[in-house]
Design a protein around this ligand. Sequence first.
Ligand SMILES: Cc1cc2nc3c(=O)[nH]c(=O)nc-3n(C[C@H](O)[C@H](O)[C@H](O)COP(=O)(O)OP(=O)(O)OC[C@H]3O[C@@H](n4cnc5c(N)ncnc54)[C@H](O)[C@@H]3O)c2cc1C
Length: 401
Amino acid sequence: MVHQDASRCLKCKNALCQKHCPVSTDIPKIIELYLNGENLKAQKLLFDNNPFSAICSIVCDHQRQCFGNCVLNFKKVPIHFYEIEQELSIPYLKEVHFTKNKITKEKIAIVGGGPAGISCALLLSDQGYDVTIYEANDKLGGVLTYGIPDFRLSKDLVYQYARILKEKGVKIRLNCHIGHTISLAELKEDYDGIILAVGAGDAKMMHIPNETRYNVHYAIDYLKAPESFDLGKKVIVLGGGNVAMDACRMANRQGYDTYVYYRKTFEDMPANKNEVEEAINEGIKFKTFEVPIAIDDTGMVFAKGENILDENGRKKTKIIENTEHHVDCDSIIVAVSQTLHIDFPELKLNKWNFYETNQGHMTSMDKIFVCGDAYLGAKTVVSAVEDAKEVVREVINSFNG
Ligand SMILES: Cc1cc2nc3c(=O)[nH]c(=O)nc-3n(C[C@H](O)[C@H](O)[C@H](O)COP(=O)(O)OP(=O)(O)OC[C@H]3O[C@@H](n4cnc5c(N)ncnc54)[C@H](O)[C@@H]3O)c2cc1C
């Protein structure tokens, strides 16, 4: 089936699928190799361009990227490139083995072992740098390990990276939160360069009355250990992104009567389209144009909202007057975005409370760079990989003067 699908590819010269892939995967070339039976070449090409190809084939927003932009959409029969990528990249990730890279260059510390940190480590190690990853948790993977649930992404795949990194000679120090015992200054003494790939791991508060109540939880905390929560019977999840979709699908699986309340429309939801569809199919109830106003003893107060355009043409929510209404529930899970946790107050911050950088990724301290969600704000796996490629270029340039 997948092969048959691939054979319909028009091999467009100016391929829109590739153009809309944040890591510019050479989709026509991959499909050509796949159809010629040159799978190993295709697999290597995919991995070398994006070491998270296997993961991206599962968690990327294909509807807004390769699949949704295939020219065959106009005939309503786009190529399911992500299925081809899954067939190629998943077995490759599990089975490929590497030999140790020879160290010929400077020592680099990478703080954070999520997609951004791992991508930086692989790229730098391949170029001869002496790389060590410091990870606060007991496993690598970042959000892939401690956020995205198993029913969406098998941890089997994520755990392959520890093996691959070790095979290549990257050193890994787990359970080591830089900024606690070891300071950034100490790390700087021992390394020629540091990349902070620390993610955006703090939930954003809504700052509405009673948000500190015992039955209000943040989705990223809940998703780390859902079994440790007792949410009562009825749960309201607030938000419309991937985190909200994971939280509501998890709560629904745990048997809670689950609702999602979102301030705009379905079309405005930043979550992957297929995640929203899955949530609806699983029976989760959605309410749109609902703006959270306050939390009280028996649930929440919402007001109805509407979409308006601000002076810059950006869509905003306007609260409609006199539409406040109360909704009963036992627990509330807030999933309205994440932000950077400041572990390194010695670095200057910008107006968004992220580390200030020069035109690129270098922070206010020489040879200390920042990348991934910690640089971009809460984004996606594929954007973390693309950002890692950029920061690696900058780090290497900084050594080459
Ligand atoms: C629930 C959820 C669902 C998501 N779903 C999707 C999806 O479907 N598709 C998609 O593309 N993206 C999704 N994302 C976003 C995606 O996972 C992130 O954009 C991506 O993981 C960012 O990678 P990163 O390496 O920058 O950060 P992270 O993955 O957050 O990794 C940062 C790592 O740094 C470590 N760390 C932090 N501070 C320190 C310190 N001081 N010392 C040592 N280690 C430290 C953390 O423990 C963590 O392991 C989702 C995010 C969440 C939370």
